[in-house]
Structure formats: structure tokens, C-alpha cells
Design a binder for this molecule. Structure first.
Ligand code: PMP
Length: 362
């Protein structure tokens, strides 16, 4: 009774991830389970990463490189930055928490779109900062005037997730540039590009050119999605060295383990795997749209590797029934979208199984 956690913790909701395959197998006693819930790569990890990790395993008695020198160099080279413009973390999740710990104090505000990825709110809550939500407009589009209206002198961070999780919508290139030009100077923009490699339109900006032009922005990235390395937890930020230096003061020395570092450094050279994933994903989106249209189900067109679909008042029950058939998707209640589920793009076969199961339970 006398041992009490910080008072902010009582208001914080725990993160509920997509159910793992093994858990559903165990609960239902079935072997074949398809997971389309966590936006993982259905083609698996980059094979280059797998062999790099295998060759490194006998060296794991050594501490990892605290400065992630080789991996930062590889990332910097790939995107034409210098290594001091790159900071590597234990998944993008850790980076979001570190950014919160570095820049937020009680009384500060962050501005986030709504709905969006929940970790931004988590980081703000943890630090006792206030979260100001800006509802997305029709078809979940970004409206920069709404964002500017939510920003005030207390605003420290502005999160732009593009493509946005869970809607799959993105901020248009011109809008992003205009927004950057109109923000007050104390606002640090966090551009979450976790899904940027899945985008197939020219009207998109992945934020990197804004770092190059010297805007106050951190682009956050992950190896969990297109590189297929969610299990080894590697993310990174790209920003001005002075901004990253503040975050380095907060991070633990050995935050990225040795296998993760070598795996990610190999994966970033694997353009073939990225290209195969991107084109399979784009075809998968079309296949899913077609199937959903045939079933008369509404959805939001996505530039990402998932699609938000509308199922009406039975959404939770449909989600449960799909689960009993061994198909794991993500139910929307956590985003305050109780009539929706989000489905990750899978292989053509996985998606056919999903569409067949959905037809059966509708
Ligand atoms: N940002 C967004 C928008 C995400 O959807 C995710 C993954 N759920 C992350 C960041 C975190 O990625 P990581 O696996 O690198 O922690």
C-alpha cells in the first residue's frame, strides 16, 4: 500500500499488440493460423539479414557496439546523410519513448492526428504532458489548417504519421512542406515514416528532404516492416546532429543488441527484398480491395501495408469469429474505431483465406 508508482501511471492504458500466432494455436488447438494483425512482412526477413545474424552468433559473449557505428554508416550511406545524423534504437518504439523523455515536461503539449499510432500518446502520458488530438478529415485525410489551429506556445512535439497507422492515408508532399513553413519555431516535428517504403505515389514526401533542408524534424524509421525484422527490434531516427545529441544523453548505452545491428546492416543493402515486398504489397492491396468490393464492404484506400475496413456494429463479433477460424486481424476499438478492423496485407493465399473466412462469417 505504501509502495506507489508515479500518479500518471494510473491513467495510462496498457498497449495491446496483435495476438501472436502461437497463442491462438494454443488457445484453439489448431495448427494453421494466419496473422494479418501487426503489419509484418509476409515474405519473411531479408535473407541477407538471416545469414549475417547466423555468422555472428558465436560472438554474442561480447557487448554490442554502443554507438552502432557500422549500422549508422550503412543507413547514412543508403540515404545520403552523415553518420551523426542517424540514431539507432531498439525498435522505433524505443525512439518514440526516448524523444518523449528528452523533450517533454509536465505542462507541455504534443499534437497528434486522430486516429494514429498509440505510442505517441503513451510517451506524452509518461512524462505528464498533454495530448492534443486533431481529428483527420473525410477519408482520414490530413488538413494542415486543423493542425496549425491545434498548435500553441505550449506545443513541443507534433507527430505526423505518414502513411498513418491505422488509416493508411498519407500527408501530401505540398501540405507537408507548407506545414513546416508555418509552424512556430519551438515545435519539433516527428515524422513517423514506418510505412514510407510501401508508398506508390509521387505525391508523397518521406520527410528526409526536410532534414536535409535544416527544418526542426526527426524522421523515425523501422526495420520491422518492409525489411521483415520485427523480431530483432531495430528502428532509427534521422535528424540534425544537435537534436540527436540530446536524445543520446537519455538512451541506454547498449540499447541495440549485436545480432540486431548486424542483421539490420545487411538488410539495408537488400534492395531486391525491399522491391519484391513493395510490389507484392501493392498487388495485395488491389486484390484485397477487389475482394472487399465484391462483398460490399467499405474500406479506406491505403498507401501502406494494411487496410482499414468498416464492418459496422458487428465488427467485434466478426473479429472474434475470424479468430476462431485461425485468422488474426486487428480490432479497431483501441483507436476508438469500434466498427472497424485493420488487416495487414499478406500473401495472395493468406488474403484469399481471409476473404473466404470473412464471406462465411458475414
Ligand atoms: N510507428 C508506427 C506508425 C508503427 O505502426 C510501428 C509499429 N507498430 C512503430 C512505429 C514501431 O515500430 P518498431 O517495431 O520499430 O518498434
Amino acid at each position: 500500500e505504501t509502495i506507489r508508482p508515479r500518479s500518471v501511471l494510473s491513467e495510462m492504458k496498457p498497449y495491446s499488440p496483435g495476438k501472436p500466432i502461437w497463442e491462438v494455436q494454443r488457445e484453439l488447438g489448431i495448427e494453421k493460423v494466419i496473422k494479418l494483425a501487426s503489419n509484418e512482412n509476409p515474405l519473411g526477413p531479408s535473407p541477407l539479414a538471416v545469414s549475417a545474424i547466423q555468422s555472428y552468433v558465436s560472438d554474442i559473449h561480447r557487448y554490442p557496439d554502443a554507438d552502432t557505428v557500422d549500422l549508422r554508416a550503412a543507413i547514412a550511406k543508403k540515404y545520403d546523410f552523415t553518420a551523426d545524423q542517424v540514431l539507432v534504437t531498439n525498435g522505433a518504439d524505443e525512439l518514440i519513448t526516448l524523444i518523449s523523455e528528452t523533450f517533454l515536461e509536465p505542462g507541455d503539449e504534443i499534437v497528434v492526428p486522430s486516429p494514429t499510432f498509440s505510442e505517441y500518446e503513451f510517451g506524452a502520458n509518461l512524462m505528464g504532458a498533454r495530448v492534443v488530438e486533431v481529428p483527420l478529415r473525410e477519408n482520414y485525410s490530413y488538413e494542415i489548417q486543423d493542425i496549425l489551429a491545434a498548435v500553441n506556445e505550449k506545443t513541443k512535439l507534433l507527430y505526423i504519421c505518414s502513411p498513418n497507422n491505422p488509416t493508411g492515408t498519407y500527408m501530401k508532399k505540398q501540405d507537408l512542406h507548407q506545414l513546416m513553413d508555418q509552424l512556430p519555431s519551438q515545435v519539433l516535428v516527428i515524422f513517423d515514416g514506418a510505412y514510407s517504403h510501401f508508398v506508390t505515389t509521387d505525391d508523397y514526401c518521406d520527410g528526409l528532404e526536410l532534414v536535409r533542408s535544416g527544418y526542426p524534424i526527426i524522421v523515425t524509421q523501422t526495420f520491422s516492416k518492409i525489411y521483415g525484422l520485427a523480431g530483432i527490434r531495430v528502428g532509427y531516427g534521422i535528424a540534425a546532429p544537435a537534436i540527436l545529441q540530446h536524445i543520446r544523453q537519455v538512451k541506454e548505452p547498449f540499447n541495440v543488441n549485436a545480432l540486431a545491428q548486424v542483421g539490420a546492416a545487411a538488410a539495408i543493402l537488400d534492395d531486391a527484398h525491399v522491391e519484391a515486398t513493395r510490389s507484392m504489397n501493392a498487388a495485395g492491396r488491389e486484390q484485397l480491395y477487389e475482394g472487399l468490393e465484391l462483398l460490399g464492404i467499405g474500406f479506406t484506400r491505403s498507401m501502406s501495408n494494411f487496410v482499414l475496413i468498416e464492418l459496422g456494429p458487428d465488427a467485434k463479433s466478426i473479429y472474434d469469429q475470424l479468430m476462431r477460424k485461425g485468422i488474426i486481424v486487428r480490432y479497431g476499438a483501441g483507436w476508438n474505431l469500434p466498427l472497424h478492423v485493420r488487416i495487414s496485407i499478406g500473401t495472395a493465399e493468406e488474403q484469399n483465406a481471409f476473404l473466404t473466412a470473412l464471406r462465411e462469417v458475414l
